[in-house]
Ligand binder design. Structure first.
Ligand SMILES: Nc1nc2c(ncn2[C@@H]2O[C@H](COP(=O)(O)OP(=O)(O)OP(=O)(O)O)[C@@H](O)[C@H]2O)c(=O)[nH]1
Ligand SMILES: [Mg+2]
Length: 297
């Protein structure tokens, strides 16, 4: 396929609205981890799609929230930086007729950047069609969106219509990424994120939010087995106990689920070795954050 144009789209919104689910569905592959807990995505993740001569570059971002740690400050900065350097923004919202503080702040950023924006009303599988009219009216009164598209990132409903809206922002130009690429994340980062996703799935409250994963070693041997040595960093000794679980059961479960996903992604056997370390309050320590890859470029 010859790529002649590119559309760079930032995917923004409050935490938990389905930005990463949407990005994955558009790309057709899982490039960003997803969970039912807010603040799952911590950094910018590029998802790529090539279709009908156009390369779509989706920039999935952390959910915009009121930061309570240095990590939170970093996440908010990622959103701010991403909004201004794109052809258009996709503002993803819940199907509720009420513009909240995160949406208001994002609309302001979009207006300040002077970029066109598409309002993406997600999770329409959870509401009746009639309810959407009030949502559309509320947002249309606040900002002149280039388009309003109700979708379900979960079922895929409305995504063709959404893509054709994005295509209108495409610019002629050289191809930015190779055609077989779906994300710009290094393999180690993907592995670390998969492990973090399983902790978001299996652990409650503050524990998974205070976790970071470092990949010490990752190597695919000649026989096809990929060996991964990872360290889970948590904030408190009490969290360490919870992550390990009774008789090591929780850690085993995290490792099993992560390994299954990684084997599917890598298309081969995986040996996954998990260690746990406590790094007190790392979310407020710039040096530690940098070590985990949460740093300004
Ligand atoms: N019913 C329904 N649920 C959805 C839809 N899209 C996403 N979800 C769910 O919403 C939750 C959050 O999804 P994510 O994709 O992680 O949301 P996010 O906006 O990336 O969240 P952060 O990274 O924390 O900002 C998950 O439980 C998803 O399964 C949808 O279209 N319909
Ligand atoms: Mg996300």
């Amino acid at each position: 396929m010859e790529i002649t144009k590119t559309a760079i789209i930032s995917v923004v919104g409050r935490p938990n609205v389905g930005k990463s689910t949407l990005t994955n569905k558009l790309v057709g592959r899982k490039v960003a981890i997803v969970s039912n807990k807010p603040q799952t995505t911590r950094t910018r993740i590029t998802g790529l799609l090539n279709k009908d001569g156009c390369q779509y570059v989706f920039l999935d971002t952390p959910g915009l929230h009121k930061p309570r740690s240095r990590l939170g400050d970093y996440m908010v900065k990622v959103v701010e930086d991403t909004v201004s350097e794109v052809d258009a923004a996709a503002l993803v919202v819940e199907p509720v007729a009420n513009i909240g503080a995160p949406e208001e702040s994002l609309i302001r950023q979009i207006e300040a950047a002077g970029i066109p924006a598409v309002l993406v009303i997600n999770k329409v599988d959870t509401v009746k069609n009639e309810a959407l009219l009030a949502v559309i009216a509320a947002y249309a009164a606040r900002h002149d969106f280039a388009a309003v598209v109700p979708v379900s990132a979960r079922t895929g409903k409305g995504l063709d219509a959404l893509l054709s809206e994005f295509e209108k922002f495409a610019l002629e130009g050289p191809q930015l990424f190779p055609e077989d690429m779906v994300s710009d994340q290094p393999e180690k980062q993907v592995a670390a994120e998969v492990i973090r996703e399983k902790m978001l799935l299996l652990l409650d409250r503050e524990v998974p939010h205070g976790v970071a994963v470092g990949i010490e070693h990752m190597e695919t041997r000649e026989d096809g087995l990929t060996e991964i040595h990872a360290t889970i960093y948590c904030e408190k000794a009490s969290h360490k106990g919870i992550i390990i679980g009774k008789g090591g059961a929780m850690l085993k479960k995290i490792g099993e689920l992560a390994r299954r996903d990684l084997e599917r992604d890598l298309g081969g056997k995986v040996y996954l070795n998990l260690w746990i370390k406590v790094k007190e309050d790392w979310r407020n320590n710039q040096y530690q954050m940098r070590n985990f890859g949460y740093q300004d470029e």
